[in-house]
Write a protein that binds this ligand. Structure first.
Ligand SMILES: O=C(O)CCC(=O)C(=O)O
Length: 282
């Protein structure tokens, strides 16, 4: 089901230089109808496993039509999502790009931007992650529809992972100027941003570094833009309880064991390790 070439030395060099890697083939297109149906289920509130995802930010009965639909940790609710975002080949690709010996899921992101739905504000993912250490992150973004700049695909800014670390800033959903926090950061870094839209066929996608600036504009096309996102961390990260109030810490700190800063594999499974270890039951 994962249709990704082996990560090459050139891919690693490109990822290291640019802060991202765009690939036309990531997921076999035969998987798309099932994933599309699963998106319908999740946003209707039908949770196959009986478990509610950690963040349910849009549902048919209550969601505003102009907003991008978002659910975080759909993998806990749907085996179809789990089989995709927890796939060992994606974990292995991330490990190769980042030079990690093991990879865990931090969260997934189930995103659906219908025609006319508004933007998602530019941000650096790692700015929200002080509650674990190290905050290194690599994201795998999978397009479930053909994507275009006009259709509000994700935009990545070349080399912006080297601009330095800004704190969390601006709205994520439908800000007035979705590029503003990134433009401010570019000014501070003294560079002109080189914005690259991820334009790929359905089943393609990208990998980006935790400090790479990214966001996306309004969907001005006529087709939906659905994407499935894996935010992955190193397998050896530990909780930092002093920072639980930072970023999305208040949500994910609730899974800390009472007497240990180890991350619980039930909530943050290990999807690939160089020694062959993978959390059982996923
Ligand atoms: O798909 C997008 O437009 C942005 C996705 C994103 O920022 C994320 O998943 O962190």
């Amino acid at each position: 089901m994962i249709n990704l070439r082996r990560i090459s030395t050139d891919d690693v060099q490109s990822f290291t230089a640019n802060g991202f890697l765009i690939v036309n083939e990531l997921l076999d297109t035969v998987c798309l109808p099932d994933l599309h149906a699963t998106y319908e289920d999740l946003f209707q509130g039908r949770f196959e496993t009986g478990i509610r995802p950690d963040e349910v930010n849009w549902q048919y009965e209550s969601g505003k039509p102009e907003l991008t639909r978002q659910i975080c940790n759909g993998w806990k609710a749907s085996r179809t999502i789990a089989n995709t975002v927890l796939h060992p080949h994606i974990g292995e690709a991330i490990a190769s790009l980042a030079g990690w010996s093991g990879v865990r899921i931090m969260i997934d992101n189930v995103l659906w931007k219908p025609p006319q739905a508004k933007s998602l504000g530019f941000h650096q993912d790692s700015a929200f992650l002080d509650w674990f250490s190290p905050t290194d992150l690599v994201t795998c973004w999978i397009a479930l529809d053909d994507t275009t700049a006009e259709g509000g695909t994700m935009e990545l800014v070349r080399g912006s992972h080297r601009w330095g670390q800004s704190g969390p800033s601006g709205e994520f959903h439908a800000p007035d100027n979705y590029r503003l926090p990134m433009q401010d950061a570019a000014k501070r870094a003294g560079v002109t941003p080189d914005i690259v839209p991820v334009e790929v066929p359905a089943g393609g996608g990208s990998f980006h570094h935790g400090w790479t600036w990214h966001g996306s504009g309004q969907n001005l096309g006529t087709s939906p833009r659905r994407s499935l996102v894996l935010h992955a961390m190193r397998s050896d990260v530990r909780y930092v309880p002093e920072n639980f109030h930072q970023g999305i810490g208040p949500i994910y700190s609730r899974y800390r064991k009472l007497c240990s800063n180890d991350l619980d594999e039930n909530h943050f499974p290990i999807i690939w390790s160089c020694d062959g270890y993978r959390t059982s039951g996923i």
